[in-house]
Write a protein that binds this ligand. Structure first.
Ligand code: RET
Length: 279
């Protein structure tokens, strides 16, 4: 290859990389993270105090619910202080007929602390619902394992480099989510129909609330992390609203209503260690 001569023309580059672009958290996002941290912390204290005020046989929902907001407190502390995140590299390539291809590198801040939080708290939320309904062990295991697959594959999706990778993982996570929905709607409803009317009503309303909220998460993800139509701050605010509804609001609703509607304790071996006939 001739290095340079009077006749040679510099070859046109086939790709033109841009200066990398960063999508990152701003002031509104950081403030929101702190506000949610405080809400989660206060809710954890409240659920703990509520747990102490009932006998241990009635404490199961309180304990699960307090741990849910405790994990959220920890993850929001991480995110608010600038921890628990890193930048996903996204490669956008455009092919043109006449001009050289362009390649664009975008770095978007991904808060992986969310996925750590979700992998612990969404199974606990499912346990709340499963114990309320009195679901069988097999259905509970399927729901929880599918839920874990959903969250972990969702994490891979968030770090997907290309559209194919990202949306491929996203589709798998959505399939896993449908398994969770199936377990709640079919197995959960079947189980709760054997219980008293008030419990069945509570399960229907709080389960419906859960399904609507949970379905909004993949939508926020798709608009934010997925299509990058929303800024990192807008995404943080959207998740903040959903998280407060899905954890503290869900928790207070469950604990207050369950306490006032049922005189019974949670039944099953898990409530008292005496076997299902034991109480
Ligand atoms: C992801 C992206 C991939 C597709 C799907 C998702 C679902 C997430 C859900 C999260 C629920 C979180 C809750 C948090 C509690 O505070 C991972 C966003 C389906 C359902 C309830």
């Amino acid at each position: 290859i001739p290095t340079s001569s009077a006749h040679s023309v510099a070859p046109m580059p086939t790709v033109v990389p841009n200066r990398p672009r960063y999508e990152t958290v701003g002031e509104a996002g950081t403030k929101t993270l702190w506000v949610v941290f405080v809400i989660m912390f206060l809710s954890t204290l409240a659920f703990t105090v509520m747990a102490w005020r009932v006998p241990v046989q009635k404490r199961l929902f309180h304990v699960i619910t307090a741990f849910i907001t405790l994990f959220a407190t920890l993850s929001y502390f991480a995110m608010a202080t600038g921890d628990g995140n890193s930048y996903a590299e996204i490669i956008l390539r455009e092919t043109h007929k006449r001009t050289p291809d362009t390649i664009e590198y975008v770095y978007r801040q991904v808060f992986w602390a969310r996925y750590v939080d979700w992998s612990l708290t969404t199974p606990l939320l499912l346990l709340d619902l499963a114990f309320l309904a009195g679901m069988d062990g097999a259905s509970i295991v399927v729901a929880i394992v599918a839920d874990l697959i959903m969250v972990l594959v969702g994490l891979f999706a968030a770090y997907g480099k290309t559209d194919g990778q990202k949306w491929g993982y996203y589709a798998m996570a959505c399939a896993a989510y449908l398994v969770v929905v199936y377990q709640l709607v079919v197995s959960g409803r079947r189980a709760v129909s054997a219980k008293d009317n008030k419990t069945a009503k509570l399960f229907a309303s709080i389960g419906g609330f859960t399904l609507i909220l949970w379905t909004l998460y993949p939508i926020v993800w798709g608009v934010g992390d997925g299509a990058r139509k929303w800024s990192v701050d807008s995404e943080i605010i959207a998740y903040a609203i959903l998280d407060v509804l899905a954890k503290p609001v869900f928790g207070f609703w469950l604990l207050f209503t369950h306490a006032s509607t049922t005189a019974t304790t949670v039944d099953g071996w898990w409530s008292n260690g005496l076997g299902s006939e034991g109480s």
